[in-house]
Each structure stands twice: as C-alpha cells, then as structure tokens.
Design a protein around this ligand. Sequence first.
Ligand code: 9D3
Length: 255
Amino acid sequence: MVVAKQIDVISLFPDMFDAISRHGVSGRAFERGLAHLQLWNPREFSTNPYRSVDDRPYGGGPGMVMQAEPLAAAIEAAQARQHDAGVGDPRVIFLAPHGRRLDHDAVMRLASLDGLVLLCGRYEGVDQRLIDESVHECVSIGDYVLSGGELAAMVVIDALLRQLPGALGDAQSADQDSFVDGLLDYPHYTRPEVWRGRQVPSVLLGGDHERIRRWRLQQSLADTAALRPDLLRNRDLSKEESVLLAQSLQAEQPE
Ligand code: 9D3
C-alpha cells in the first residue's frame, strides 16, 4: 500500500495554497489521498501579545526579518505531524532566491521523498540561525524576484504531484511531458479543421499513426533546436532523430 506523500508548509499566508488544493490536477491528487497538505502559520506560534513574527535587522538596513523561534516552533509541529503520519525523516526545504534552481531532475528527487516541510519566507529574509538550525536545503524557482516563498512552494508542489502514480488521468502520463525526454512539446490542434483561414496540418487528419509520430517528433526537434538549443546539447539524438532534424533544417532554408 502506497502511503500519501506528506507535505507541510510553513507560511504567513496559508490561504494562498487554496490555489493548488482546490483546483485541477493538484486538487484531485489531494482529494484522492495521493498526498496530504497541511499548512502552519508561524503567527500561531508567536508568544508575544501582538502575534508578531518579525523584527528589525541587527546591523541596520531596510525591511524586517522573520524571527527564528516562531518558525522553529512551526517546523517542529510539522515534523511531529509527519512522524505521526509515518515519515521518519521529513526534509525541510527553504524556498529562497539564493537556493538551487528547480528543474525536472530536482522535481523528481523531491517527488521521491516521503515527506517535505516547505518553509516560505516573507519580508527581507529569515534569521540565518533558523536556516542553520533547521533547513536541509534551499530551492529557488528562477532568477527573478518574488514577494515571498509561497508561489515558489506551490510551483514545487504542483510539479511534484504530477509525478505521483495516479495523479494524472489514464490518457496522460507524466513521462510524456515535455522536458522529460529532453525535448519541447509538439504543437497541438483541435476542431475546427479550419480556423480564421488557418488549416490543421494535413498529416494529423490522415490517421497514419506512424507518420503522425514522425511529424510530431520532427516538430519537437525543430522547435527545441530553434528555441532551446541548450536542451539538445545535453541530450544524444538517435539516428531517426538526427535525420528528422536535418530534414527540417533543410526545409527551413532552401538554397
Ligand atoms: C535585496 C535582496 N533580495 C534577495 C534577492 C531580498 C529578497 C527578495 C525577495 C528576499 C526574499 C524575496 C522573496 N522571494 C522568495 O522568497 C523566493 C524566490 C524568489 O524571489 N525568486 C525565485 N525563487 C524564489 S523561492 C523564494
């Protein structure tokens, strides 16, 4: 029996996570019990009368810093819940701009763990002693500035839930996703056959599944070469793929 993936999130804005818990593939994964999501608001663990969880930075400078103790208490509550759910050693991940950049390999590694505690920062940052004491790794979702870790945590959760067996419908499969085989997706078409004068490529209407497979692979290769050549440098091409790509490059530039 496969036990649910245990995900605990520490956030000052727990309601933001309705976005993934109530909609689409991720919402269904929680509904079906493939994963369990629990939110912890550090404010509930504040011991002062104002419920505050931040203070001014030692050494001066702009903004406020999240204090260590309410975060530690929230993380410990989350870890205790994970232990009760059967997770021996939940991994504590801090979503942070300086973290390791998320990619498909990182998603697969996180998806393979039984339990995750995701820590979302707000304000200028988190007291470094809390990070030194309680955090196993830091993850970023890219080189741009967000207002906090919540959207990044939701990106991580959404991406890893797709990888859980049973999260996607029968027709879909996570290993058909773009990036998994190192190529961009091929273009998609649906009815009508002509829209504003634009035809669906005739190969897709013919029902020759081998020709369709080759055409899609060729589109994927050509788009990857044009838009993400870095992906091709990290991937060997089969003989068929090399031929299809060479063909498409020739067709592109007659003469
Ligand atoms: C002035 C220095 N800034 C660091 C780049 C301060 C700062 C900006 C934004 C501190 C925290 C944040 C909030 N961002 C996140 O918590 C965050 C994030 C991001 O901003 N970009 C990409 N991935 C992530 S994961 C968490």
